[in-house]
Design a binder for this molecule. Structure first.
Ligand SMILES: [Ca+2]
Ligand SMILES: [Ca+2]
Length: 335
């Protein structure tokens, strides 16, 4: 029994083994080549950095032997970035963009190598964006006495100092705004809302502050200022008729005015001649009428008291000059 393989089959086996050996050699060489040339960063750098927030990119280089002493180099136009090479083919690229970097693009080039022989170069861009939406960081005061000065110093946060947004009163620049309030935008992220509320402003004043950047509304602050009333004294309205003629009807109306619109005004006569009748007409005016006689000729003293029901008052002292003849002049009022 012939146990030896036939010569042709032996040749075939050697051929197969040879091919397999070559294949192993080939794949081994290929694997070796891949290991040398497939050098890469395990992750890619983030392309967005936020103003005021730390940007961090942890670098890991794959495909190289750390014992070779290869270094990682950074080339960038962003002075806010720095690289710390750990010496083991890992590094940390980090930094905090400043507000002045807002809107800019930082280019980074990372290289791995030694002695100017570069194994790997990666270029990327980092876009610097706003950390947060621009907003009003201040709080207004909400109560003020009528006729006191209101002052609200407004400040923004998270904005680009090089291009501060607009601060205005109202929903848009053409809004109807409270008449007693004005806003002064200092164009640096601050503004002042101020004014003096008058009697007409007593009650609630609704305020809307708007922050916009080239027409884009970034933030709004709405609040209501409660304007508390402060009582003002009423005052009599002059002049009025102060001459009378005997046997003729003297008749005049004297007005009392008060800027406090809800006050109820009353007028009474503290002193008056008997021939003169006074009637409080209930509308802040008093009617004086009567017919003086010959015995009334001369100066007739009158004192009126006007009151607003809130502790405010005014007195009016004057005289009615009664003459036998018609007077051609009006005496000065004594007040
Ligand atoms: Ca008042
Ligand atoms: Ca009053």
């Amino acid at each position: 029994m012939n146990i030896s393989p036939p010569p042709n089959r032996l040749n075939s086996s050697i051929l197969i083994i040879g091919i397999l050996f070559l294949f192993i050699l080939a794949t081994s060489a290929h694997a070796q080549r891949i290991k040398q040339n497939d050098v890469f960063f395990v992750s890619t750098p983030g392309t967005v950095a936020r103003v005021g927030d730390e940007y961090v990119y942890d670098i890991i280089v794959a495909g190289l032997d750390p014992s070779e002493g290869k270094e990682i180099y950074l080339f960038t136009d962003g002075d806010w970035l720095s690289l710390v090479d750990n010496g083991d083919l890992t590094a940390r690229l980090s930094g905090v963009p400043a507000p002045s970097d807002l809107g800019t693009k930082t280019t980074i080039v990372l290289q791995v190598g030694k002695n100017l022989i570069i194994d790997l170069t990666v270029q990327s861009s980092i876009y610097i964006k706003d950390a947060q939406t621009t907003s009003i960081s201040t709080v207004p005061s909400l109560i003020i006495n009528e006729e006191d000065g209101y002052n609200y110093e407004i400040e923004l946060e998270n904005f680009d100092p090089a291009n501060p947004p607009s601060i205005f009163l109202g929903l848009n620049p053409n809004s109807t705004i409270p008449q007693w309030l004005t806003i002064n935008d200092f164009k640096d992220g601050t503004a002042r809302l101020s004014g003096v509320p008058d009697d007409a402003a007593v009650g609630y004043t609704n305020v809307i502050l708007t922050i916009s950047d080239f027409g884009v509304i970034l933030d709004q602050q709405t609040f209501t200022i409660d304007v508390l009333p402060v009582n003002d004294d009423p005052s009599f309205v002059i002049p009025f008729k102060q001459t009378a003629h005997i046997d003729d009807l003297y008749r005049t109306t004297i007005m009392l005015k008060d800027v406090d619109q809800t006050d109820t005004l009353t007028i009474s006569a503290i002193e008056k001649p008997n021939w003169l009748n006074v009637t409080d007409q209930g509308d802040g005016s008093i009617l004086l009428e009567g017919t003086p006689m010959m015995t009334d000729i001369g100066e007739n003293a009158i004192r009126l008291l006007g009151e607003d029901g809130n502790g405010g008052s005014d007195t009016l002292d004057f005289t009615i000059t009664v003459s036998e003849f018609y007077m051609l002049y009006m005496p000065l009022i004594q007040k």
